[in-house]
Write a protein that binds this ligand. Structure first.
Ligand code: SF4
Length: 324
């Protein structure tokens, strides 16, 4: 479980077309380094020691002035040294990673580094105004792996100039680069961003929820098959996110929708003689049936009898196993 510390836009001189840190995190100022301990204590009270990770999210951590990075990390390292957390993770830009940055992170016991790669297509990166190319992602990923950190590569879908084919190629390259973890974010058009202006001018068409779900399910399955851990799908829902979202595939439970579709896609090829007899542990029921029973209704509408009973391993029609 992550103990999230949001360090928004600190040290970031970039202006990505989609980014409005305030709407996404609801936080506008960098917390005082001492806040790390207050937040950690709050999360750890009553929790199991050692099972948490302090996670610096929200901006480009290694773009922060090194003295301030050290202050944040020193507070987190106290918890690591005391065995109260199992790791320290952070997110940053690929072009803010170099030998000196990695030396600093290693000194404080950082375990996981996530890069906001967003796409491995240079046209998409340029259209999003990222200010780095795909080579920067390759270079940073190699360095992170060589130094023994856990590598996370985050991607967005539905950016300007992006296509499902380019998104799939991005996923394939993440896998080839040795990504251990990933996050998949369908692009939302937030207020006060260049993307919102492009959308209003008619020069950008966001994904529909259906397009984001269909593509997300394929990406999720590909990462699962390659052993890349999918840490998150879609931004965390919040009032700020909902209120600040101008257009795009907003859904309060995008992750559940996508995993539900991934399950539905598997079931599609398992139906036999108009039947889907599914046995599974109860904890998987909601993923199989889908949000508001959408998967069950989908098959019933197609004339496929859909039955779900409790059992040990997930098994469909007595022989097919399901992956979640
Ligand atoms: S680099 Fe990150 S924080 Fe900076 S503008 Fe882009 S998305 Fe926002």
């Amino acid at each position: 479980m992550n103990i999230p510390v949001f360090v928004p836009h600190v040290g970031c001189p970039n202006d990505c077309a989609f980014c409005n840190q305030r709407s996404i995190t609801g936080v506008t100022e960098a917390p005082d380094p001492g806040e790390v301990e207050r937040i950690a204590n709050e999360y750890l009270s009553g929790g199991k020691a050692g099972s948490h990770t302090i996670a610096f999210f929200g901006g480009s951590f290694t773009g922060i002035e090194p003295g301030l990075q050290r202050s944040y990390l020193a507070h987190a390292k106290k918890y690591l040294d005391a065995g109260r957390i199992s790791g320290i993770r952070l997110s940053t830009r690929p072009d803010y990673i170099g030998p000196a940055e990695l030396d600093l992170l290693a000194e404080y016991g950082v375990t996981n580094i996530e890069l906001g790669a967003q796409s491995m297509d240079d046209g998409v990166l340029a259209a999003a105004g990222r200010g780095h190319n795909s080579e920067a992602v390759r270079r940073a990923s190699h360095m992170i792996k060589e130094r023994g950190f856990v590598l996370g590569l985050q991607m967005m879908t539905g950016l300007p100039e992006d296509t499902p084919e380019k998104a799939l190629a991005t996923a394939e390259e993440f896998i080839a680069l040795g990504a251990d973890e990933t996050r998949i974010y369908p692009t939302l058009v937030m207020e006060n961003t260049r993307l919102a202006a492009m959308y209003r001018a008619g020069s950008y068409r966001p994904q529909s929820v259906e397009e984001a779900v269909e593509l997300g399910a394929v990406l999720y399955g590909r990462f699962r098959a390659a052993g890349v851990k999918v840490l998150r799908i879609g931004l965390s829902d919040s009032e700020d996110l909902k209120g600040g979202c101008v257009a795009g595939p907003y859904h309060p439970a995008m992750g559940e929708l996508i995993i539900g579709r991934y399950v539905r896609n598997q079931l599609e090829s398992m139906a036999e003689n108009g039947r889907l007899d599914i046995r599974a542990p109860k904890k998987y029921f909601s993923k199989i049936v889908g949000i508001k029973r959408c998967n069950a209704e989908y098959f019933l509408k197609k004339g496929v009898a859909f039955s779900l009973t409790e059992g040990n391993d997930p098994l469909v029609n007595g022989k097919y196993s399901l992956d979640f």
